[in-house]
Design a protein around this ligand. Structure first.
Ligand code: NAP
Length: 476
């Protein structure tokens, strides 16, 4: 019998009327069910978070820190179980799923440290004539209820990036995980309760984003929405949220630029990293490489070595230790990608390897002869598909990269310091990764995008800034 998972409301696990099935995207095996929260249950969840805020806003920093440290420890203790759950419900290869669990444990560890660093500042009042004789400072206070809405592709660590800073800074949380991958989030809820989190500080509702998510987004008792997901849903949230703070972590079509001297010293390493960044987790990562710009002088050699490495990738069951590429989240997504590739071919693109799918399993695919306006280049493809383009001029290639409507991370390989600095200053992105691929993140960096890639930053310290506000206190 499959497990029936429940909603977490006010510290209690609660059944719903209707159940939603959670299936393994690789073989459609039923993994369990979660409730579709009713309107009343969403309301109860928000009431519970509201009530708990009276306690969490006064909970001393050392207690919040200790709870978060315990959560970090328990995640590490339950690593294999959590990794298996991630692999089963999201289709992420088990070796990558283990890495996600390690990162989530570290995210909570960072939060336990940051919980003790909520500083205000003193204000030099005498800088103004009207401030003379006064002393003032600020206190950083939590906002209240944080609504966390998370995507399917990192079901543990992207939930951690929302709930850990919220708890560290004395807020309460209403979490709505992605409908494809709610079980990992529910297991994290169990862990957080067992670590001594006050009841109601974390509440979890499951159900469709279009109804349950929408109700949360519109509710005026929520102080802030922190959302990670697609640009279209993110934009919809800005239109419905009203007077709330919003952080949006959206998608991209991330580029890497490889200069002509780069392959000389570290050719093999660059090929390995580019293959990883283009195809890890079937390209379903917000900073997957989608566009590779290679200097014309080395383009043919790069393509030759790249294809050789791609042909060695193993596509199989995510639970297999040797699997590099598992399924896409649904077969429907694979069909969408196939359509985009067909459209590109009809516009002149050439497929060098891959291009087809069997059910949700999409072959690692390399395209050339693409143009900037083709969907496979201009839109977020979110699949194991990469396009290789040539360039001659550094300033020109940076301009071309910047034509994207997105701007999350960019990777730059060059041995020329001047070109490095030019790229760092002129690329319109949230992060420039020099001598590596854009698919790089550790969990304490300021992480987020510009343009269509979002608003605000995650990374525990930065998320805490966005989940708190300064209160001004002035002595006359
Ligand atoms: P999605 O379809 O936008 O869903 C994200 C979350 O929003 C899910 O929990 C979803 O619920 C919910 N949702 C859907 N419609 C909603 C609505 N009308 N109101 C409120 N919530 C709603 O994204 P996804 O397919 O899960 O994730 C892939 C996307 O996330 C890609 O674009 C990727 O680039 C982006 N991403 C960005 C980052 C980053 O840090 N920048 C990281 C990872 C992923 P349901 O599941 O029930 O539909």
């Amino acid at each position: 019998m499959q497990e029936e998972y429940k909603l977490l409301i006010n510290g209690k696990w609660v059944n719903g009327d209707k159940k939603l099935e959670v299936r393994n995207p690789y073989n459609q095996e039923l993994l369990g069910t979660v409730p579709e929260a009713t309107e009343q249950q969403v309301d109860n969840t928000i009431k519970s978070a509201q009530e708990a805020f009276k306690l969490t806003k006064t909970l001393p920093a050392h207690k919040r820190s200790l709870i978060l440290e315990r959560i970090s420890d328990i995640i590490r203790e339950r690593k294999e179980e959590l990794a298996r759950t991630i692999a089963l419900e999201s289709g992420k290869p088990i070796k990558l799923a283990r890495g996600e669990v390690d990162r989530a444990s570290e995210t909570f560890k960072f939060a336990s440290e940051e919980a003790k660093r909520l500083y205000g500042e003193t204000i030099p009042m005498d800088a103004s004539r009207n401030g003379e004789g006064r002393t003032a400072f600020t206190i950083r206070e939590p906002l209240g209820i944080i609504a966390a809405i998370s995507p399917f592709n990192f079901p543990l660590n992207l939930v951690a990036h929302k709930v850990a800073p919220a708890i560290a800074s004395g807020n309460t949380v209403v979490l709505k995980p992605a409908t494809y991958t709610p079980i990992t989030a529910i297991k994290l809820g169990e862990i957080m309760l067992s670590a001594g989190l006050p009841q109601g500080a974390l509440n979890i509702v499951t159900g469709p984003g279009s109804t349950v998510g929408d109700a949360i987004v519109r509710d005026t008792r929520i102080s802030k929405i922190t959302f990670t997901g697609s640009a279209s849903v993110g934009l919809g949230i800005t239109e419905k949220a009203g007077l709330k703070q919003i952080t949006l972590e959206l998608g991209s079509n991330s580029p890497v630029i490889i200069d002509k001297d780069a392959l000389q010293n570290a050719g093999q390493k660059i090929i390995e990293r580019c293959v990883f960044g283009s195809f890890a987790y079937a390209g379903q990562v917000c900073i997957s490489i989608q566009r590779i710009y290679v200097h014309q002088d080395i383009k043919d050699e790069f393509i030759k070595q790249f294809l050789k490495a791609v042909s060695k990738l193993k596509s199989s069951d995510p639970l297999d230790e040797n699997t590099d590429i598992g399924p896409m989240i649904t077969e429907q997504e694979a069909k969408r990608v196939k359509q985009w590739i067909n459209e590109a071919i009809s516009q002149g693109a050439k497929v060098l390897i891959g291009g087809n799918h069997k059910g949700p399993m999409f072959e690692p695919t390399v395209l050339i002869d693409v143009t900037p306006d083709m969907k496979v280049v201009a839109q977020e493809i979110f699949a194991p598909v990469v396009s290789i383009m040539g360039f001659n001029d550094w300033e020109q290639v940076i301009k071309e990269v910047n034509t994207s409507k997105y701007g999350l991370h960019a990777g730059v390989y060059t041995n020329d310091v001047k070109k490095t600095l030019y790229a760092a200053k002129n690329l319109e992105v949230g992060g420039v990764i020099i001598n590596d691929i854009p698919t790089y993140r550790v969990d304490h960096i300021p992480y987020g995008g510009v343009k269509g890639s979002g608003i605000g930053r995650e990374g525990v310290k930065y998320a805490i800034q966005e989940m708190t506000q300064p209160k001004f206190v002035c002595f006359s």
